[in-house]
Design a binder for this molecule. Sequence first.
Ligand SMILES: Cc1cc2nc3c(=O)[nH]c(=O)nc-3n(C[C@H](O)[C@H](O)[C@H](O)COP(=O)(O)O)c2cc1C
Length: 360
Amino acid sequence: MSDWLRTPFCERFAVRYPIVQTGMGWVSGAHLTAATSAAGGLGILAAVTLDEDAMVGAVAKVRARTDAPFGVNLRPDQPDLPRRLDVLAESRVPVVSFAGGPPAAVIERVHAAGLLCVVTVGKPRHAEKMVDAGADALIAQGGEGGGHTGDIATTLLLPAVLDVVAGRVPVLAAGGFADGRGLAAALAWGADGVAMGTRFLLTRESRVPEAVKRRYLAAGLSDTLVSDAFDGMPMRVLRTEAVGDLTTRPLLRRLLEAPRQAAQVRRITGQSWLDVVREGLRLRRREGLSLERTARAAQAPLLIRSALVEGDDVRGLLPTGQVAGAITDLPGVAELIERIVAEARRAGVRFTGVESGVDA
Ligand SMILES: Cc1cc2nc3c(=O)[nH]c(=O)nc-3n(C[C@H](O)[C@H](O)[C@H](O)COP(=O)(O)O)c2cc1C
């Protein structure tokens, strides 16, 4: 007997269900991550927005709440990555996830520290590159998601990535998933599971302020937009008051605000001034950003933080997947995961004819 919901991803990552809660800056803290992993999914702690001490503290908090596997989301180009990987290895964290494509040397470093490496991709050729570089699983994220990985729709990206990967590593579908019908559909395509961000942001365990959660819940399917006006790269946000202001704010004002904002980001993420300057130069060089765009990039993390942590849903930015428009409730994480699994099994009946989801 085999259960079609127990995919190779479940075996490889030692989780009960093929459901990942993705790393979300300011959102997927210890509480949410632990709740997801304890409920049988793979929770991922967002650590790009934490300094090293805060990351260590959050990892300990997850560990105190559950023995189940969980991951930590980092940026492949963050200057303190080698040290952080050592710390994670010492804490026996089993998984690291990256949104940007890490070079093979970084993946080797992750493996040397004894961790599995999950990479989010938005194009088939990125998928190919990441499998060749040694990634242990891929998240194929369509344009319905946060926007950073490109605009190819999930329905087209997923089969293309699956073709390119050809079963070499598990592939999880992301961008636009919120329920068990989506999970069943992803498995029907040949994926190994789903990864979801916005759906987990809208749970009881997510610490996003209630008023901000209500703002997400009130959104319809057309209430998001993708723009590169916020941090220089395409990012999807809820269409709120702040969006108009940011896209029209005068250049001089932005430039004057940038150093103070960079100082605040530095304090929160534990970067040195040298790191901040290098980061600004890297953005200008690699992304070809103008001075104005570089100033915007300094501002975006604070605007996101002011909404997601401090609850300012008028001036702050609310990153989101398009799927916010399809979500109307705030379940607990365990209830959500069980519901998704039950819905997937029911959906599966339509094409397997098997009631329980267990395929004899
Ligand atoms: C509020 C928010 C913050 C996010 N922060 C990060 C992050 O820090 N690192 C990252 O790799 N992806 C980040 N993402 C992208 C998600 O991890 C995930 O890829 C995306 O939300 C999936 O699409 P969905 O929202 O349609 O499920 C963020 C997404 C949201 C909504």
